[in-house]
Design a protein around this ligand. Structure first.
Ligand SMILES: Nc1ncnc2c1ncn2[C@@H]1O[C@H](COP(=O)(O)OP(=O)(O)OP(=O)(O)O)[C@@H](O)[C@H]1O
Length: 371
C-alpha cells in the first residue's frame, strides 16, 4: 500500500511561510504531479513527504500511520533527485546495491533485486560500468534503480529529467510512465514543465505561492481551470486572453463586449459578475472557429507564422489587445506576411474570468472529463 494523506500541511522558514494549508490525499498507486512556477513550494512539499524537511504545521500519514516525526530512512518512501548523486568510484551494480548493503540486506536478496531492477530499466548490460561511462539518460535510470531496489511503497521524483536534453526527456518520460504501469507504486513527481505534468499525471496538483491552486485530472485543469492563473499555466501555447466588458451576466450565457464593439454570449454562469465589470475572455489557440460559424469576429494581422509541420502556430496582432494572439492552424494553411486573418469566436468555446481572476463556471459538458 502507499496512501498518503496531508492535512493542513504548512512550512515556515525563519517565520516566513513557504507552504500553507495543504490538504491532499494521494491514493495507493496514483501518479500525482506537483507543478507550478518557480518558487511556489513544490520541492519543499516533496521534501516534507520524504522527511528531509520538518513539517511546521499539520499532519502527514502514510497508510494511516502518522509520519511527521519518522526519519527519512525509516519511511517506506524512496526519492529520486534531480542531480543523480551517483558514487563515481562504484559500478552501476554497486551504486544500486549501496543502500541495501548499508541496511545489511542479505547478499542473495541484494543480487536478486539489483538484477530484477536492471532488467526493468534496461541496465542489465551496463552493470559493471562506472557512472562516467554512461549517458545522462542511463545515469538517470541508475538513480531510479537505486531507489527501486529498496522497494518503497511511494516513489518521489524531484525534477528528474531537467538535466537531460529535449529528446532524451521525451524518451525518459515514456519510460517513467511505463515504470509506473509495471510497478503500480504510488508516485509523486515534481516538475515545472507542464507538458511533463499533463502526460504523466493521473492528477495534477497546481501550486501557487505555497498553496494549492487546483487539483484534478490533466484534462480537467485544461478544460475547466478554476482561475486565470491555472488556465495560463496549463496548455501550450498559452491560452489567449482578451479584455472584455461584461454587459449582461446570466446563469447559462453571459454577454460581453469585445474591443471592436462586437458582443459575444459566452456559455458560462456569470452571476458573480456585474454589468460594466472588466473581465478577461480566455480562448485556447485551437478554439477559434471559421468566420461562418462565429458569433463574433475580430480582425487580426499576422506577425509570425511558426510552421511546425503538422500544424502552424499563427501569431497575430489584434487592435486593442496587448501582446499577440496565437491561433493553431493546419500545417498547410497558406499564410502571407502581414495577412489579415479573421478570428472567429464561439461562446461555447471560450472561458471567462472575472476581475479577481476567478473562473465563471463553463456551461459545457465534455464526455469523460469531470469538472
Ligand atoms: N532552506 C530554506 N530557507 C529559506 N527559504 C527557503 C529554503 N528552501 C526554500 N526556500 C524558499 O521557499 C520557497 C519555495 O521553494 P521550493 O524550492 O520549494 O520551490 P519550487 O517550487 O520547488 O521552485 P523551483 O521550481 O524553482 O525548484 C522559495 O521562495 C525558496 O526561496
Amino acid at each position: 500500500m502507499g496512501r498518503l494523506t496531508l492535512r493542513g500541511i504548512g512550512k515556515d522558514y525563519d517565520g516566513v511561510e513557504i507552504s500553507r494549508d495543504i490538504d491532499l490525499t494521494i491514493e495507493d498507486g496514483e501518479f500525482v504531479v506537483f507543478v507550478g512556477p518557480s518558487g511556489c513550494g513544490k520541492s519543499t512539499l516533496l521534501r516534507m513527504i520524504a522527511g528531509l524537511e520538518d513539517i511546521t504545521h499539520g499532519e502527514m500519514r502514510l497508510d494511516g500511520e502518522r509520519i511527521n516525526e519518522i526519519p527519512p530512512q525509516e519511511r517506506d518512501i524512496g526519492m529520486v533527485f534531480q542531480s543523480y548523486a551517483l558514487y563515481p568510484h562504484m559500478t552501476v551494480a554497486e551504486n544500486m546495491a549501496f543502500g541495501l548493503k548499508l541496511a545489511r540486506t542479505d547478499k542473495d536478496e541484494i543480487r536478486h533485486r539489483v538484477t530484477h531492477a536492471a532488467g526493468i530499466l534496461q541496465l542489465s548490460e551496463l552493470l559493471e560500468r562506472r557512472p562516467k561511462d554512461l549517458s545522462g539518460g542511463q545515469r538517470q535510470r541508475v538513480a531510479i534503480g537505486r531507489t527501486m531496489v529498496k522497494e518503497p511503497v511511494v516513489f518521489l521524483f524531484d525534477e528528474p529529467l531537467s538535466n537531460l536534453d529535449a529528446s532524451l526527456r521525451v524518451e525518459m518520460r515514456v519510460q517513467i510512465a511505463e515504470l509506473h504501469q509495471r510497478l503500480g507504486a504510488t508516485m509523486v513527481y515534481v516538475t515545472h514543465d507542464q507538458v511533463e505534468a499533463m502526460t504523466l499525471a493521473d492528477r495534477i496538483v497546481l501550486l501557487s505561492g505555497g498553496s494549492i491552486a487546483q487539483v484534478g485530472a490533466p484534462l480537467t485543469l485544461y478544460h475547466f481551470p478554476e482561475s486565470l492563473e491555472v488556465a495560463e499555466f496549463i496548455g501550450s501555447p498559452r491560452i489567449n486572453t482578451l479584455p472584455v466588458m461584461v454587459i449582461d451576466p446570466g446563469s447559462q450565457r453571459t454577454a460581453v463586449r469585445l474591443t471592436n464593439g462586437d458582443t459575444l454570449a459566452v456559455a458560462v454562469d456569470g452571476r458573480s459578475l456585474s454589468p460594466g465589470d472588466q473581465a478577461t475572455l480566455g480562448v485556447r489557440a485551437e478554439d477559434f472557429v471559421a468566420p461562418e460559424q462565429a458569433e463574433a469576429t475580430l480582425q487580426a494581422r499576422l506577425t509570425v507564422a511558426e510552421k511546425l509541420g503538422y500544424e502552424t502556430l499563427a501569431h497575430l496582432q489584434v487592435d486593442g489587445v496587448e501582446g499577440t494572439v496565437t491561433q493553431r492552424m493546419d500545417g498547410l494553411a497558406p499564410l502571407e506576411e502581414h495577412q489579415v486573418v479573421p478570428l472567429g469566436l464561439s461562446g461555447e468555446r471560450c472561458h471567462l474570468f472575472g476581475p479577481d481572476g476567478r473562473t465563471c463556471p463553463r456551461q459545457l459538458e465534455i464526455p469523460g472529463i469531470a469538472h
